[in-house]
Design a binder for this molecule. Sequence first.
Ligand code: ASP
Length: 318
Amino acid sequence: MWGIIATWRMAKEGIDKSVPILEKGGTAADAVEEAIKYVEDFPFYKSVGYGGLPNEEMEVELDAAFMDGASLSIGAVAAIKDFANPISIARSLSKYTVNNMLVGAGAEKYARKQGFERKNMLTDRAKIHYRNRVKETQEMDISPYSGHDTVGMVSVDSSGHLVAGTSTSGLFMKKAGRVGDSPIIGSGLYADSSIGAASATGLGEDLMKGVVSYEVVRLMGTGMSPQEACEKVTFDLDKKLIERRGIAGDISIVAINTDGDWGAAANIDTFSFSVATATQKNTVYTTKRVGNKMVHEEASQEWLEDYLTERMKPLEEK
Ligand code: ASP
């Protein structure tokens, strides 16, 4: 049995690329890297890779991580600039026993030495988003932070090997050097080939408070299904944050176990995810909380197309 699940509809085309790898008995590591690279390269997804939204200084700083659930090897980069595929750099760092997480200039130096593709990741479209946001923020006297998403992906291959990966440009208008949960092992992602793997998206500052991906894997280890574990961790953290802080940021989690059973939960109504397994073609779902359960609904062709049209429509300077 193989399977792959990722946060957001934006992962769909990447997963299309990975399905043949998994079908042919390829590794979850290759499947996750290939799919995430596709999302990083697609210029119209404004929260991952090329075309990602910049920080408050109009620089695109990217975070990514990779975890191998068999050896528990980890690799991560944070606040890295000017490299095309942070996920590949993160995966390459997972080969070492030390120096697994590199940030900023150190990460760039490593990537340069290893010959990873350099690229200016700031697109004209992202510059328009930036200038519009600066204007809006000044005119309306509001917080500048709006917009963030991560491609968080987990996969089990036909050898039962589990892998997790993430990639994001993080919080739009963040301070230079701000790092979210996505490259943080345990928060943004976790994989253990004896149990399962999980990955998160949402407000990094809040996701880290619940170490959510590790917690989902831990609960699956006690016998919970991926769906039950995602729901418990999402709803409990949402409740705790509201009780303690009066407000909870966005929390969305996906997970898969060694049998290829998958789950997803969110405390927002706009979450979507993409999933394919040996017995299920690549499918995008939207999901909503109803009581203490998530209800997943298969996205229609029209919804899938509208999502892309919306992201690719001409952008006007305000
Ligand atoms: N978790 C990411 C961050 O805070 C953003 C997201 O997934 O929406 O950087």
